[in-house]
Design a protein around this ligand. Structure first.
Ligand code: GLA
Length: 380
């Protein structure tokens, strides 16, 4: 944190206030958020940080340490396009805040962070959230955390062009330290579940870079929308995936066609796995939790088809390693990270084994990270 303050003072010649937002690791519930399902993510102590000071001329001057780039914009003229990707997020969040009538004054912002980009740990939602709290804070304002999440999601849709769900923004703005969040993505009802003491989560980066704006994510959304529209037209009382059973999907197999059927089957089975995982975690039944996590990976690989060979290798190696309860790819997919749930007594041996195996497989040592629960976006 000292570094960003120092950089801020050198560039802007004033004293900043410091904000930060964590990264997120999704324990279970993948591609269910935009399908009215459940998710159960938590925050981890990797952060996007902003040093900020108010301006009163309705301008935002921003500097990204990571990209060593400046961008300046007026709060009176906010349209998508024309800025580096990181600055589009800042513009998008400012736009969404103003659209909800938050009267922003302006700010100088220095942005830095240590969440790997495109790694499936929500570096973008973390950036949106920290920009949100910094722009609000610099104008003497605050927002309800879930409302902030929705405004950040709007920024992602309209300025980054990614039709994401609400999971990432919601956990990053709301979830208290020491807890996972169960979110009902239909009602936006939240429940915070204490994390078991005797459980470690290890993140292993496959090194395969993904970009949700690349098209695979949008295509999955369209396939899910197609399947639910068909089921809703055929079945009385069905308006969302929450009203759909596996048996119902089976009955419409021919009309759905092969791929939409698989997408729908993933959504419905994954939503049930989240329900079961919440119970398993509350009962400290880590064996069952691990099996559900392995099941989630199999479904993402075979039915939703968003895994890749590298993630499958890590998942398989991890799930066969002593002390590992279960493992799966995490986030939107097509690359990024996998997680493994590990008995703390076995953590170091298991980590060394998985890292060694993946280094031999891929030729490069993967980045890995032991998840440490962190507070939501706010003052640092
Ligand atoms: C990305 C999106 C989320 C969610 C996941 C998949 O992280 O931002 O909204 O859809 O993919 O579970």
């Amino acid at each position: 944190m000292e570094r960003i303050s120092r950089l801020f003072r050198t560039r802007f010649d004033k004293q900043p206030v410091l904000y930060r937002a964590p990264g997120r690791v999704n324990i279970i519930g993948e591609h269910t958020d935009y399908n009215d399902g459940y998710v159960m993510p938590m925050n981890t102590a990797l952060f996007t940080r902003v040093a900020a000071a108010p301006r009163n001329d309705r301008r935002v001057r921003a500097h990204s340490v990571l990209f060593d780039e400046n961008f300046e914009f007026s709060l009176d003229k906010l349209e998508p396009g024309g800025a580096p990707a990181w600055a589009e997020y800042a513009k998008g969040v400012a736009f969404a805040l103003q659209a909800e009538s938050y009267g922003l004054a302006g700010a100088d912002l220095m942005i830095d962070g240590d969440i790997p980009l495109g790694g499936g740990l929500s570096s973008s939602a973390s950036l949106e959230a920290v920009i949100g709290v910094a722009l609000l804070g610099s104008s003497g304002l605050e927002a309800d955390p879930m409302k902030l999440a929705l405004m950040c999601q709007r920024a992602e849709h309209e300025f980054a062009g990614v039709p994401c769900g609400i999971m990432d923004q919601a956990v990053i703005t709301t979830c208290p330290q020491g807890h996972a969040m169960k979110l009902d993505c239909r009602s936006l009802e939240l429940e915070f579940i204490p994390l078991p003491d005797d459980l470690c989560l290890l993140v292993i980066d496959s090194g395969v870079k993904h970009q949700l704006s690349d098209g695979g994510y949008r295509q999955r959304r369209e396939e899910c929308d197609f399947a639910i529209a068909l089921l809703a037209a055929e079945e009385e009382g069905v308006s969302s995936y929450r009203d759909v059973s596996l048996e119902m999907i089976g009955r419409h197999a021919t009309a759905l066609g092969k791929l939409p059927l698989r997408r729908a089957r993933h959504v419905v089975s994954e939503t049930q796995r989240v329900r079961d995982a919440v119970q398993a975690m509350a009962a400290n039944d880590l064996e069952t939790l691990g099996q559900l996590i392995n099941g989630s990976h199999a479904s993402l690989r075979d039915d939703f088809m968003v895994s890749c060979e590298e993630l499958d290798f890590i998942q398989q190696t991890a799930s066969e390693t002593p002390g590992v309860y279960g493992s799966r790819m995490v986030g939107g997919g097509f690359g990024g990270c996998a997680i493994a749930l590990i008995d703390p007594a076995c953590l170091e041996d298991a980590r060394a084994h998985i890292v060694r195996a993946y280094t031999e497989y891929s030729g490069a040592e993967p980045w890995s990270h032991v998840v440490e629960s962190a507070p939501p976006a706010g003052l640092a």
